[in-house]
Design a protein around this ligand. Structure first.
Ligand SMILES: [Zn+2]
Length: 316
């Protein structure tokens, strides 16, 4: 999927509207109230009026496009850019590109798209051997400084691994969470949430690999998961010991301090989600735009007010 293909598929507002229509009603229009099949399009408000019962429905009700005043083409373009960029897009740059007057408008749009990403990834569970580590995120912090650094946001990262055909370990799926602390309870709850399928009690994770911090040991024991402590002989080797979590953390820090110029702790979780979302789909770049578009059209939204009020904990 490149720029030219995008422009061929979505040239007008109508192309976007038709795409949303056929995503919402793949078998043709169905009135959500009476199941009627005939409708009139109220173009200006993007509503579909049922000819039988006069109910007005919208294919974007409840989704991230709900009641938007911004043209759908601009939305689709922002989704395209966020889906295909390797490092995350600069919102200020996108504001100029899309000619959106109010910075807050596009800032909210981008966070709504991140909500779509987050809802998708919330379904994935970690399994097998999982590498875990934590790091502090903050404007002046670049590396790990031990647990409990003042005024920094603590982020716990987990990356599942798999062995490829040549016997080499590869990173699989990743998650990153802003956490209040790195106690055994927090780690245990997180692991449970990330690796126990709904309606089951046994984690899919069989082993965690960490730097040996006590909380991981206790949590692993509680969950009856094996714990492998990567032993650090030389601090310079830390990249080799926990390679996947280090790579993800470095990547997240580069994105957050790069195009986003640092983010407040309140919104950090959604930026982390964006980094993980992209990491988790690095092998499906060609489909990335349509996948994200589908996610955005099928997820519930987050409102501007919620965005302004939310704390880091609530935003998970
Ligand atoms: Zn109807």
């Amino acid at each position: 999927m490149n720029l030219l293909v995008f422009q061929e598929e979505f040239r007008t507002e109508n192309d976007c509207r038709n795409w949303l229509f056929s995503t919402r009603w793949p078998q043709g229009f169905r009135c959500p109230r009476c199941n009627g099949e005939e409708y009139t399009l109220l173009e200006r408000r993007n509503l579909y009026l049922c000819k039988a019962c006069r109910y007005q429905s919208s294919p974007i009700a409840g989704t991230i496009f709900h009641k938007t005043k911004t043209p759908l083409l601009k939305w689709f373009w922002l989704i395209y850019r966020m889906a295909t960029s390797k490092t995350g897009v600069s919102i200020a740059e996108m504001q100029r590109e899309l000619e959106i007057k109010d910075y807050k408008t596009i800032w909210v749009m981008a966070h709504k798209i991140r909500k779509g990403m987050s809802d998708r990834d919330a379904h994935y569970r970690l399994a097998g051997l999982v590498e875990m580590d934590e790091s502090f995120f903050g404007p002046t912090v670049t590396g790990k400084r031990g647990r409990g650094a003042e005024g920094k946001a603590l982020v716990i990262v987990a990356v599942s691994t798999w062995i490829d055909g040549t016997g080499k370990e590869r990173p699989g799926f990743a998650h990153a969470f802003v956490a209040d602390d790195a106690t055994a309870d927090t780690i245990e709850n997180l692991l449970r949430r990330l690796s126990v399928p709904e309606d089951e009690i046994t984690p899919l994770v069989s082993q965690i690999r960490t730097d040996g911090w006590r909380s991981y040991q206790v949590a692993a024991k509680e969950l009856e998961i094996a714990h492998h402590r990567a032993i650090l002989r030389d601090p310079k080797d830390s990249m080799k010991l926990l390679p996947w979590t280090h790579r993800l953390i470095a990547n997240a820090k580069a994105v957050i301090s790069g195009p986003h110029r640092g983010v407040s702790e309140k919104h950090l979780q959604r930026y982390l989600t964006e980094v993980c979302y992209r990491f988790n789909r690095r092998f499906w770049e060609r489909q990335s735009f349509h996948r994200l578009l589908n996610a955005c059209a099928s997820t519930t939204t987050i409102t501007r007010n919620e965005l302004m009020a939310k704390t880091a904990e609530q935003s998970q």
